[in-house]
Design a protein around this ligand. Structure first.
Ligand code: ADP
Ligand code: MG
Length: 746
């Protein structure tokens, strides 16, 4: 009799100990329940499998065939052996070729059936696969098994060591036959409303499909479950946040905000006004605001945030503005001070009576400067404190922190955000701004416990940005790019040249040592490089470094006499500040920089950007970078320089060149990444990532929205999940995972 399993049965009771160990170690699978959620990475369609007659050169194929003969012979030109197996489907033949140091037959023996995958090449008149992925079927199962494979849709699992896809397939079948019950986290009403399969049926279809169409509804169910658990967690967080009390920050009729509005150099866009009113109302309530502000690059989020900060200062509180890099913190400090004028000179001679003080706190400023900023924060002299992660440290205290604004959230984790919130006497209001617009899937999951507001329009008078891909390998193209830079400078404008790395300051032409750009871990450098999924090793030639490119520009006749400078995260904060200030004042024509300028830098006179080795950057990152130009009244030009990009990289660059719609680009960006990375710890600050949901996918957008509605409704009815123990257990497990991932990160 077959043993009965439950979802909690440990896998070591199901498979051989070594296999159980491999599954636990390599795939994190401990129990039968875990195994059932280990979904195939692909399916082999039936029929298409064994037709060896139709294999075309260059094609990636998977075939099921029988080994007809095996020979292992010494190689003529080199040392070592070549193993050739001829496989057949009964009609046609294919060669499998393997090379090895020793006389080895790779386990291939005549009469064995196997699944082989690889790229078809030609050798003489014969077609072959060189070092194919192979999975030999156990002896005795051969012909019958192969028949099954021929008529069914065959799941392929990502194999691990001795646990081949084949072992996983048979184990899965065993487990599906023997598991007594698959627990249902979803209420029947939800299943009915959304037309979802039962969980057990879904798993059955995923692991033992007959037809191609079987897999889809099965996977939809798993995706729904994942979304539902996530949304339940977010719903609970949201309810907890809504239960908090804080001090209401009432507006003041003739206060700082009114004074600022009166002197603002431009009129607010309709969106800025609307969102501003919304935020003002929330600040005046006794429940802490918990809001995400997203908007297109250049849509004017900073002004919205500043007005919120002024509103709480009017009400006697303080605001903290948290920026991801020193350059950005300094830039915010500079621009806020400039926008406020004498309103920023509170307590100083010549300051307005209404005014306040804007302090700057960063990790690498001088002790004296830091001490004074800390003092201004704790006494309340500074109504606004701008800073980097230095703001989060324990010894930083505020007199009465009323509002926390987090700029360009994607660099911050939830934990850091929470640390800042704990610095209030009462829970401070929270406003989070994203760098680029984000798709709804992300808004609903990563930021799903917040209310969102979106600025959709750009301030009037903005000029379009033209983007072109420049192929460095084509003669004359790069020269033309430099000529365009020179032309813009001749018109009185400025340029950015962005490089994927810093390089060596002493010798611009070589690459030595560790020259990656790190700003105390706050990522202004190439940690993002290759985020679009390119292995960095894909580029054989050295990547453009800031110093090398700076040298190259000096030697470029078209650019003779231009004032150039370098900027990157490794410069000390004084140097960074000097360079940025000089650039903002127009004293530098061409700034050669790393992605340290990616977020927030605001110099409206800069009109052209050249991105070197643009294939190294991800879609959203390029969009964000490009947002540094076209901020003034002159049109912008963005040149993406690349050479020999992979097809995927070329497609990304073309996409960026084709549109300036940040929503469309971020959806593409998500779709082009591995799903698991989307909610990766670094991005979201949340512990673990999604497994089944596809964040770049429109179908899943609707699915997440439905799950959200259902989960929130369920929580209204049963906030503690007392009547939904299976769901409660899943929620707890997910939270445990997140906690573990967080602890691991340290
Ligand atoms: P982002 O949303 O990308 O953070 P910023 O807040 O940096 O954009 O704003 C971009 C630029 O637009 C800044 O120079 C800012 O002063 C300017 N700006 C903001 N709002 C307006 C407006 N209503 N009219 C004109 N310019 C504006
Ligand atoms: Mg900004």
């Amino acid at each position: 009799m077959l043993a009965a399993y439950t979802e909690d049965t440990p896998l070591r009771r199901v498979v051989k100990p070594a296999q159980a160990e491999a599954l636990a170690k390599n795939k994190g699978l401990q129990t039968v329940g875990d195994l059932l959620e280990f979904v195939p990475r692909a399916y082999l369609p039936p029929n298409q499998l064994t037709d060896l007659g139709e294999l075309r050169e260059g094609e990636d194929v998977m075939v099921v065939a029988e080994v007809a003969s095996v020979s292992v012979v010494p190689m003529r030109q080199r040392r070592g052996f070549r193993c050739t197996a001829v496989v057949t489907d009964g009609r046609n033949e294919l060669d499998l070729t393997f090379f090895s140091k020793h006389k080895y037959d790779f386990g291939l023996r005549a009469g064995l059936w196997g699944v082989f995958a690889g790229t078809v090449t030609r050798y003489g008149r014969r077609r072959q696969l060189t070092h194919p992925e192979k999975e030999l079927l156990e002896e005795g199962l051969s012909a019958e098994r192969a028949d099954y494979l021929r008529t069914h849709q065959v799941p392929v699992y990502s194999a691990t060591g001795k646990v081949t896809s084949f072992v996983l397939r048979t184990t899965m079948a065993l487990v599906l036959d023997c598991v007594e019950e698959v627990r249902e986290p979803l209420p029947a009403a939800v299943r009915l409303r959304r037309g979802l399969l039962g969980r057990r049926d879904a798993l059955e279809l995923i692991h033992r499909p007959r037809l191609e169409d079987d897999v889809r509804p099965g996977m939809r169910r798993l995706r729904y479950d994942e979304a539902f658990v996530l949304q339940t967690i977010l719903g609970q967080r949201r309810r907890a946040a809504q239960a908090l009390h804080t001090s209401a920050r009432m507006p003041r009729a003739n206060g700082l905000l009114a004074a600022f509005d009166a002197r603002m150099p431009f009129t607010l866009t309709a969106g800025q006004r609307e969102v501003g009113d919304l935020i003002a109302a929330e600040l005046a309530a006794d429940r802490p605001m918990h809001r995400l502000l997203q908007g297109e690059v250049g849509s004017g989020k900073t002004v919205v945030a500043l007005r919120a900060m002024l509103a709480v200062v009017d009400a006697g509180g303080q605001a903290a503005l948290l920026a991801p890099t020193e350059v950005l913190a300094a830039q915010h400090h500079r621009s806020i001070t400039a926008l406020l004028g004498d309103l920023a000179m509170g307590g100083m001679l010549g300051g307005s009576e209404l005014g306040t003080k804007v302090a700057l706190l960063t990790g690498s400023q001088s002790t004296a400067a830091r001490r004074s900023a800390l003092n201004d924060a704790v006494t309340g002299d500074a109504g606004i404190v701008v800073g980097t992660h230095a703001l989060i440290q324990k010894h930083v205290t505020f007199f009465d922190l009323a509002l926390v604004v987090v700029d360009e959230q994607h660099r911050f984790g939830v934990e850091q955000r929470d640390a800042l919130r704990e610095k209030g006497r009462t829970p401070p209001h929270l406003l989070v701004m994203t760098a680029t617009p984000i798709p709804r899937t992300v808004a609903m999951t990563v930021f799903g416990d917040m209310e969102t507001a979106t600025l959709t329009e750009l301030p009037a008078g903005r000029q379009p940005i033209q983007t072109h891909v420049v192929d460095e390998a084509r003669p004359g193209w790069i020269d033309r790019a430099w000529a365009r830079v020179a032309e813009e400078v001749a018109r009185g404008h400025q340029a950015y040249v962005v490089c994927p790395k810093i390089g060596d300051p002493t010798d611009g032409s070589t690459l030595t040592g560790d020259t990656s750009d790190e700003d105390a871990g706050w990522g202004d450098g190439p940690e993002e490089v290759g985020e679009g999924g390119i292995p960095s090793g894909a580029v054989a030639r050295p990547l453009a470094g800031v110093y090398a490119v700076h040298d190259r520009l000096a030697a470029e006749p078209a650019l003779a006499g231009l004032r150039t400078a370098v900027l990157h995260g490794r410069l000390d904060s004084d140097a960074k500040e000097r360079v940025m200030t000089a650039f903002a004042r127009g004293e530098i024509d061409v700034l050669v920089a790393t992605t340290v300028i990616e977020v927030g830098v605001d110099v409206p006179n800069a009109t052209v950007m050249v991105v070197m080795d643009a294939q190294q950057f991800g879609i959203s990152q390029l969009h964000q970078l490009r947002g540094r130009i076209g901020r003034g009244s002159a049109p912008g030009l963005c040149l993406l320089v690349t050479s020999e990009p992979t097809p995927a990289a070329a497609a990304r660059l073309e996409a960026v060149a084709a549109t300036t719609d940040g929503f469309a680009l971020s959806r593409l960006d998500l779709a082009s990444r591995r799903e698991g990375d989307v909610l990766g710890a670094r991005q979201s600050g949340r512990g673990s990532s999604v497994r089944f949901l596809r964040m770049g996918n429109r179908d899943d957008e609707e699915l997440i929205a439905n799950a959200r509605e259902d989960a929130f409704e369920l929580l209204n009815d049963d906030p503690e999940l007392e009547r939904h123990p299976v769901l409660r257990a899943r929620v707890a497990a997910r939270l445990d995972d997140e906690q573990a991932a967080y602890l691991e990160r340290g």
